[in-house]
Design a protein around this ligand. Structure first.
Ligand code: ZN
Length: 448
C-alpha cells in the first residue's frame, strides 16, 4: 500500500489524499498462517515434514512398466486416451492387465502431485488401487495424499491396510508417524518413527523424530482435558475451572458454526491454553498476534480465571478458522479466512467503513488477490487494514446474498478451484467487482 501510516497508542492513522483516516488497532488480534502453521509448531511441521512418497517399482513389470510410464504422461500432459485403453484391457484381461492400468493411474497421480493438484492425484491414486487392490505402495500413496490434505484419520486407515500386507516396509511407520503427529498424538508418532528408523536409517525420519521429541518434552508439563469435539491442553499454571469453561464455550460455538457452515470437522480439534510468555516463546508470532490457529487453536490466557466475553470471541474466531481450514483442505485465501472468522465472532465494519471507503476510492488499498497469501510478514498497520477490508468483503456478501454464498464459495475452493474462480462461480463477480460492491455496501450502510 502506498500510504503513509503512523501508529499511536491503540490507533493507526493513514494519510490519504483526502485526509487522515484512523482505524482502531484492536481489530487485529489473531491470525492464521495459510497452510499448516508457523515454524516450529506441530501442525506446520506436519505440513512441512520432508517426507517423500514411497516409490512404486513398476509392479514388477520391468520394461512393460517403462512403456506405460511414457504412454500415460508425455508432452507435459496426461494421456487419458492411453489410460482408458489400458482400463478397457483390464476389464477383460487378468491380473497383469489390471497392474498396467494401476500403474498408468499411479503415473498420472505422480504428475498431478508434481503440479500441486492433490484433488485429482487422490482420484487417480484411488483408481489405481481399484485395479491393484492390496498393492502396498499404492495404499501408501493414497495415505500420503491424505496426509498432504491434513486428513490424518483417513490416512491411517490406508496405512493399517498397508501394514497388514507389508509389515516390514519402513515407509508404513514413517507415514503413520506423520499421521499421528498431525493428530497431535506425539507418543504414537515417536513410536512409529522409531520403528521406521529401526527398519531403515532414513534422515527424513531422524529429523521428524527429533522434532517430535522436542514438542513432546515441551508439552509434558501440560494437563489435558477432552470434550466431544476438542482435545485441550493447558499449562500447569492455568486454572482447571477455566479449562472446563473453555471447553463448554467451544462446544457451544461448535454447534453454531457447524450449522452456519453446514459442515462437521472429521477429527477432534486441538486447543492449547498458554501463559503469555510461553505463547510468544513457542509461536514466534509477530507482536500484533493475539491468539492463533495453526491446525491447533493456541490462546494465551494469562491472568484469567474464568470465561470473559473477549475470550469467548477469540475462541469463536479461532474455531471458525479450523472449520474453514478443514472444509477447504487448507486452500481458503487469507482474506476469506480472516473475514469470516471476524464475522463469526461478531465484528462488523461500522468503525472502519469510512476509512475503508476512502482508501478504496483513492485506489490505495491492497486488492483481494494481494490478501490471498500469508499475512504473517505484514507490519501491524498493513495487517490492520487487511483485517478490516477482509471483514468488509465477507460482511458485504453475507448481508447482500447470504451466508449460503460463503458456504458455496468454500465448497468450490474445497473442490480444488482457485479462490477467485470459486468467487466468480458463486457470485458471478471477479475480485474487482466484489471489491466495488463492498465499497458500495459500506457507503450505503455506514457512511453518512
Ligand atoms: Zn484470524
Amino acid at each position: 500500500m502506498a500510504l503513509s501510516v503512523t501508529e499511536e497508542g491503540d490507533k493507526i492513522h493513514y494519510e490519504t489524499s483526502s485526509g487522515t483516516l484512523t482505524l482502531p488497532k484492536s481489530i487485529v488480534d489473531h491470525v492464521i498462517k495459510g497452510v499448516g502453521g508457523m515454524p516450529g509448531s506441530p501442525a506446520q511441521a506436519a505440513a512441512d515434514l520432508t517426507i517423500t512418497p514411497p516409490v512404486l517399482e513398476s509392479l514388477g513389470m520391468a520394461s512393460a512398466g517403462n512403456e506405460i510410464e511414457q504412454g500415460s504422461v508425455h508432452d507435459g500432459a496426461i494421456d487419458r486416451g492411453f489410460i482408458a485403453k489400458l482400463e478397457a484391457d483390464a476389464r477383460s484381461g487378468g491380473k497383469a492387465a489390471g497392474d498396467s492400468a494401476a500403474l498408468a493411474h499411479h503415473v498420472a497421480a505422480q504428475y498431478e502431485i508434481g503440479h500441486g493438484d492433490m484433488e485429482h492425484a487422490l482420484n487417480d491414486e484411488r483408481t489405481a488401487l481399484n485395479y491393484a487392490p492390496g498393492q502396498p505402495v499404492l495404499l501408501m500413496n493414497v495415505a500420503y495424499l491424505h496426509l498432504k490434505r491434513s486428513e490424518f484419520k483417513q490416512s491411517l486407515e490406508y496405512l493399517e491396510r498397508a501394514r497388514r500386507v507389508a509389515p516390514e516396509n519402513p515407509d508404513v511407520p514413517k507415514l503413520a508417524g506423520w499421521a499421528y503427529y498431525g493428530l497431535n498424538k506425539m507418543d504414537q508418532a515417536v513410536l512409529e518413527w522409531k520403528r521406521s528408523f529401526a527398519l531403515r536409517a532414513d534422515p527424513e525420519v531422524q529429523a521428524a523424530l527429533d522434532k517430535a521429541l522436542k514438542d513432546k518434552q515441551e508439552e509434558e508439563s501440560y494437563k489435558e482435558n477432552e470434550s466431544p469435539h476438542f482435545n485441550l491442553k493447558y499449562s500447569g499454571g492455568a486454572e482447571p475451572a477455566l479449562a472446563k469453561e473453555v471447553l463448554r464455550t467451544l462446544e457451544a460455538h461448535y454447534s453454531a458454526i457447524e450449522s452456519e457452515l453446514n459442515f462437521s470437522t472429521p477429527d477432534s480439534i486441538g486447543v492449547i491454553l498458554y501463559t503469555q510468555q510461553a505463547f510468544s516463546d513457542i509461536t514466534n508470532a509477530p507482536n500484533w498476534v493475539g491468539a492463533l490457529n495453526d491446525g491447533r487453536i493456541r490462546v494465551p490466557v494469562q491472568g484469567l480465571s474464568s470465561m470473559t466475553p473477549e475470550l469467548a470471541r477469540v475462541l469463536k474466531h479461532e474455531l471458525t478458522h479450523s472449520f474453514v481450514q478443514q472444509k477447504t483442505h487448507g486452500q481458503a485465501p487469507t482474506w476469506l479466512q480472516e473475514g469470516l472468522a471476524q464475522w463469526m465472532e461478531g465484528k462488523r465494519s461500522g468503525d472502519s467503513a469510512s476509512a475503508l471507503v476512502q482508501i478504496y476510492d483513492a485506489k490505495q488499498g491492497a486488492s483481494l488477490s494481494q490478501l490471498e497469501g500469508s499475512w504473517m510478514k505484514f507490519p501491524s498497520n498493513t495487517a490492520v487494514y487487511a483485517y478490516a477490508w477482509a471483514l468488509a468483503n465477507v460482511e458485504a456478501i453475507v448481508q447482500t446474498t447470504g451466508m449460503g454464498d460463503i458456504v458455496r464459495i468454500l465448497e468450490e475452493i474445497g473442490a480444488g478451484h482457485p479462490a477467485e474462480t470459486a468467487t466468480r462461480n458463486v457470485l458471478h463477480s471477479d475480485y474487482n467487482d466484489l471489491m466495488q460492491s463492498t465499497a458500495d455496501y459500506l457507503r450505503k450502510n455506514y457512511v453518512r
